[in-house]
Design a protein around this ligand. Structure first.
Ligand SMILES: Nc1ncnc2c1ncn2[C@@H]1O[C@H](COP(=O)(O)OP(=O)(O)O)[C@@H](O)[C@H]1O
Ligand SMILES: N[C@@H](CCOP(=O)(O)O)C(=O)O
Length: 348
């Protein structure tokens, strides 16, 4: 039994994600086995500092650690404010460990958003359902693919409900939503914004993430996309997307079906301007040349490349790294699993 004055301690884990999976722009996402972790201690009394945040891993030199500046605590403050609580409980200590590289297309911001929403929920003892937590996440990151996969876990398809303009009156744009969070009072988010379905994932399929040493901010990679598309291109993606949602759950996986189903005309062709080597990587690494390869595409908004494969991981990753190197870009790679579960809060 913990002593009467023992701090409440809990741990939040949020997996990274890869969104789009080829043709599923803003629709598909999967959670991958690299976890943002928050170790949280809420003290009853006698802590030397009212608030202390420490941070290790990716972003350690750049991420701000003040509660009104840090993305995770800003989001927790938003969730608390929407529930009538104006500040973080004090004294409070948070250690963040982040192995997810920032701005690389592996959903570091989605993981931070989910972790922040779970932090606010846990600190306020709000006990929201996961469906309701998703509503909070979607007020901040308004494409559902990353946050749905990170929160719920697995291979997830999602869409946003068209919102009644009345229900969103006075709700700021996502970019400005968290500005001045400490001095604002937020309304509760509309109920049921995000809708999702967890799809089957064939366990023998692994995800090889090849991560180049440069960042592409998601906002910048969205800004290069056109505002309208031809009927031909939309149909091209719909056809592949429909097949892909089931093809990735079939065992044994059909390489020819999957390779063709991950082709895309909605986002990758436009993002090649931001990612040197992308066209060569996508066209030269094929199942005909690499046994075990099922599909290869941009992870999220890039610049990470994701290869789905049942084996031959080092050779596949090496071929992509070689192309990056020819463009003067160093890279690293990691073989990841699609996780069964999503984000968790564990009382310690
Ligand atoms: N653990 C974190 N703590 C604080 N901020 C974070 C964290 N992870 C990501 N971010 C913020 O999100 C930005 C990256 O988001 P984004 O451009 O969407 O790329 P990604 O593909 O990694 O999600 C970072 O530059 C940083 O501002
Ligand atoms: N559908 C979004 C996904 C962005 O993912 P991220 O991991 O790059 O933040 C997009 O393609 O813009």
């Amino acid at each position: 039994m913990p002593a009467a004055n023992a701090p409440r301690k809990f741990r939040i884990r949020a997996p990274c994600s890869s969104a789009n999976i080829g043709p599923g722009f803003d629709v598909l996402g999967m959670s991958l086995s690299l976890y943002l972790t928050l170790d949280v201690s809420v003290y009853q009394e006698d802590a030397t500092q009212a608030f202390e945040m420490t941070y290790s891993g990716e972003g350690a030199t750049e991420v701000p650690l003040l509660p009104e500046q840090n993305l995770i605590t800003k989001i927790a403050l938003y969730v608390l404010s929407a529930n009538g609580i104006s500040q973080l409980p004090q004294p409070l200590k948070i250690h963040v460990h982040n192995p997810i590289p920032l701005g690389r297309g592996l959903g570091s911001s989605g993981a931070a958003v989910v972790a922040g929403v779970l932090l606010g929920d846990a600190l306020g003892n709000l006990k929201n359902s996961y469906d309701r937590l998703l509503d909070y996440c979607l007020m901040i990151e308004r494409h559902p693919d990353n946050v749905a996969a990170t929160l719920l876990g697995g291979f997830v398809a999602s869409y946003l409900r068209e919102l009644d303009p009345e229900a969103t009156k006075g709700v700021p744009e996502s970019e400005t939503f968290l500005d001045d969070v400490v001095s604002k009072t937020y309304p509760q988010p509309p109920v049921g914004i995000g809708h999702y379905l967890r799809l089957n994932w064939s366990k023998e399929i692994k995800a090889v993430a090849i991560v180049p040493n440069f960042e592409v901010a998601t906002a910048k990679a969205r800004a290069v996309l056109p505002t309208t598309y031809s009927r031909q291109d939309v149909i091209y993606n719909f056809q592949r997307l429909a097949v892909l949602t089931t093809a990735l759950g079939k065992s044994p996986p059909d390489a020819d079906l999957i390779y063709n189903a991950v082709q895309d005309r909605i986002h990758q062709p436009y993002r090649k301007t931001l990612i040197p080597g992308l066209p060569e990587i996508l066209s030269s690494i094929t199942p005909a040349k690499f046994d075990g390869l099922l599909g290869i595409f941009l992870s999220g908004a890039g610049p990470t490349i994701l290869a789905l494969a049942t084996g031959n991981f080092d050779a596949i990753a090496g071929a992509a790294q070689k192309v990056f190197k020819e463009h003067g870009i160093e890279s690293w790679y990691k073989v990841l699993e699609v996780t069964d579960g999503g984000s968790t809060v564990e009382e310690l």
